[in-house]
Design a protein around this ligand. Structure first.
Ligand SMILES: *Cc1c(COP(=O)(O)O)cnc(C)c1O
Length: 371
């Protein structure tokens, strides 16, 4: 009798749990903020849509997720992420195609990277159903926020951080996962002036350079501000030992074009982010007929090629700006200048990528996920 009651009780609890985990609970915002936002002026990351997704990880499992009105969080001052930086994020974009259908650019690649970052920071993996399905449901609810104008998009920010209310140094046992959405306008990236960094480092082998964790950004701010004071937009990060092997430009991957050859730093040292834009650009460059090499690249190779007139284009790649041309590259007291207006490769790649994302050309790579 006692045993059967326990069994029945177990099944009831199990059933309630299944119902909760199967669907994402949705609480709609009473009023939309959509008409309070001027879509002609959208500073990156400033405005958020009506809803957000929130899910908590506790006792070894993900609790039911909720889509609810965008709102502040209530956190203990002892929240572990604030003290020890167990915190990771992603950046993804959604677009409207020519029929007004919303589609997301390569979100499974971001999910894969998110879980690589999570593992390195001793955090739980986020399952597909939560990351992809949650994102799709959230975007479907806020689809009116996706600007249907060329070069406009919806920026998607998933993040995961430690929520143990405990300031002892140890991996947290509870975590919060959020997805936020921001409408974004055309990100005009003015050609950049870049300083080759020789004192500060962003990442070393064995470190966390390949993870998209909050601390990588915090550590980059001071050297970047110093470079800005000298009139540069960003730094070009170099290896931590010799400061000669090139890594990334600010928070973007970097490409060097030597005529019909494009070179970008390889990933095997795990000091740079495996950019989804980087990977897409590699494919598109090859389709344009260029040879692409992913390998180590030394600053001397760059300066020599420049002196011989063989370095034709240099640019950064990332989700926010897609492609950012570099008009000036400074190494020690040597200044390299580029006539960005005459370039063919970087603008061609940017156009091609935008056409795929906005559905003007066929998505032959299977990059777009329809909502
Ligand atoms: C996010 C990021 C990139 C670019 O990655 P994408 O997937 O192309 O947006 C490059 N470098 C760093 C350090 C980054 O954090």
């Amino acid at each position: 009798m006692f045993v059967t009651r326990r069994i029945i009780c177990f099944f009831v609890v199990k059933l309630v749990f299944m119902i909760e985990t199967m669907g994402i609970q949705v609480t709609r915002a009473g009023v939309s903020k959509l008409h309070d936002v001027n879509f002609e002026n959208l500073p990156f990351g400033r405005y958020f849509t009506d809803h957000m997704l929130e899910a908590d990880f506790e006792n070894g499992e993900w609790k039911s997720a909720e889509i609810k009105p965008y709102q502040p969080l209530l956190l203990e001052p002892s929240t572990a992420a604030l003290h020890y930086g167990q915190s990771i994020f992603e950046g993804i974009k959604a677009y409207k195609d020519q029929n007004g259908q919303a589609q997301i650019f390569r979100p499974y690649d971001n999910l894969k990277r998110f879980n690589i970052s999570a593992q390195r920071m001793e955090m739980p993996a986020v399952p597909d159903e939560l990351f992809i399905e949650g994102m799709k449901q959230l975007i479907a609810l806020d689809h009116n926020w996706i600007p249907a104008k060329p070069d406009y998009s919806l920026y998607i920010r998933p993040l995961l951080f430690a929520t143990d209310a405990l300031i002892g140094v140890k991996p947290s046992e509870s975590f919060k996962f959020l997805i936020l959405l921001c409408p974004t306008g055309p990100y005009y990236s003015a050609p950049m002036r870049i300083y080759v960094e020789e004192k500060y480092s962003r990442a070393a082998p064995g470190g966390v350079g390949f993870a998209k964790n909050a601390g990588n950004y915090a550590g980059a701010m001071y050297p970047t501000v110093l470079a800005k004071k000298q009139g540069y937009d960003q730094v070009l990060w170099t290896d931590a030992f010799e400061h000669k092997w090139l890594q990334e430009v600010g928070t973007m991957n970097v490409f060097f074009v030597f005529g019909n050859l494009a070179v970008t730093p390889s990933l095997e040292e795990e000091t740079i982010l495996a950019g989804v834009t980087r990977d897409s650009v590699v494919s598109l460059l090859q389709e344009m007929g260029l040879a692409v090499e992913e390998r180590k690249i030394h600053i001397d190779e760059v300066t020599h090629a420049y002196r011989e007139g063989k370095l034709t284009e240099v640019f950064g790649t990332g989700t926010a700006a897609t492609i950012s041309p570099i008009k000036e590259l400074r190494y020690k007291d040597f200044d390299m200048h580029f006539d960005v207006a005459s370039w063919k490769i970087a603008p061609g790649i940017k156009r091609r990528l935008t056409d795929i994302r906005e559905g003007r050309v066929a998505d032959t790579h299977g990059w777009m996920l329809k909502i």
